[in-house]
Write a protein that binds this ligand. Structure first.
Ligand SMILES: C[S@@+](CC[C@H](N)C(=O)[O-])C[C@H]1O[C@@H](n2cnc3c(N)ncnc32)[C@H](O)[C@@H]1O
Length: 296
């Protein structure tokens, strides 16, 4: 799909929608924060006027949003309350997805609280149509101890399988982490996984797949996952057998969690990103490339 840049007043552009597609999956807004301080563009509006202008734009944005689409709005403490109020009104409270907190600066000018964060407010056009937002746990702050744990288990496993198992079980117990409890198995490469059940809430059935040498008797009350999935898992080496029953191997390095609200992006990084692209100073307050990638 071709990219398009439209330069103009955003209200005009959206009102005369000829240039635009009818439904966007993601809209990201980086509006003036109304801090009354920025000299580089007109950010010294009167608060009521700012609110009126933003309300117009948000209403237009909603019109262009796909039914499963989401809108992200960067803002700081000056107008976060107004943005939440307007978005609740326009998109509905029930479509509020959450607010990310991200680092803005290392110091603020404030005399009381050294505010170094800003926000990205997220709303859906229809929250029920938006899939859960997942991140790999390895990419979160859990990543460091997870890597250490995986490395330690792997090197112990090379020497002595039992001590690797003992170490893992002790680690899980001492960590007190409920989600980690299931990851109590180690494969032949020394990788940690959990055995995920392959029965489903359906009618009991017999499984007979000679090509992968799998025969399963019906369970009492539940069915088995499809033959297709069993063959796929077998071919990928992801079947684990316990007492003649197959389970899916789910690896610790693939573990996911809901996206955390505190993000580790640093707004000032945007200026550096622009410089690296050879576009030094083209915009005054660019956002970090990685933040946008994360949101998209
Ligand atoms: C917080 S800054 C975001 C800047 C952006 N991240 C960048 O680096 O260029 C807000 C921007 O909105 C622009 N702006 C304000 N009112 C506008 C309007 N009615 N239509 C289009 N842009 C507008 C300002 O000129 C300013 O560049």
């Amino acid at each position: 799909m071709a990219n398009k840049v439209i330069i103009g007043d955003n209200k005009d552009v959206m009102t005369n929608g000829n240039h635009l597609d009818s439904s966007y999956k993601v809209i990201y807004l980086d509006p003036p924060y109304n801090t009354l301080t920025t000299k580089s563009y007109n950010d010294a509006e009167d608060s009521d006027l700012w609110m009126e202008q933003i309300e117009d734009r948000l209403t237009l944005c909603k019109k262009y949003l796909h039914n499963a689409g989401v809108i992200f709005i960067s803002i700081d403490d000056s107008e976060i309350a107004t943005i939440r109020f307007l978005c609740d009104k326009i998109f509905g409270k029930k479509n509020f997805l959450g607010t990310f907190i991200t680092r803005q600066a290392t110091r603020s000018n404030s005399k009381h609280i050294n505010t170094i964060h800003e926000y990205v407010v997220c709303y859906a056009k229809d929250k029920t149509k938006v899939q859960p937002w997942k991140v790999k746990r390895l990419d979160t702050e859990d990543g460091e101890w997870m890597r250490n744990l995986m490395n330690n288990v792997r090197s112990l496993y090379d020497k002595d399988i039992n001590s690797a198992n003992d170490y893992l079980k002790k680690y899980i117990k001492e960590s007190g982490l409920t989600w980690l409890r299931n990851y109590n198995l180690i494969d032949e490469n020394g990788d940690i996984f959990f055995a995920s059940d392959l029965s489903t809430p359906s009618n009991p059935r017999t499984v007979d797949i000679p090509e992968i040498n799998l025969h399963l008797e019906p369970l009492d009350k539940r069915g088995w996952t499809s033959d297709k999935r069993l063959v796929e898992l077998h071919n990928k080496g992801l079947l684990h057998y316990r007492n003649g029953r197959p389970y899916e191997k789910k690896y610790l390095y693939d573990a996911e969690d809901n996206c955390p609200s505190i993000l580790n992006f640093y707004s000032r990084q945007g200026t550096k990103d622009l410089k690296d692209l050879g576009l030094d100073g083209l915009f005054d307050t660019p956002k970090p490339v990685e933040l946008l990638k994360h949101l998209f």
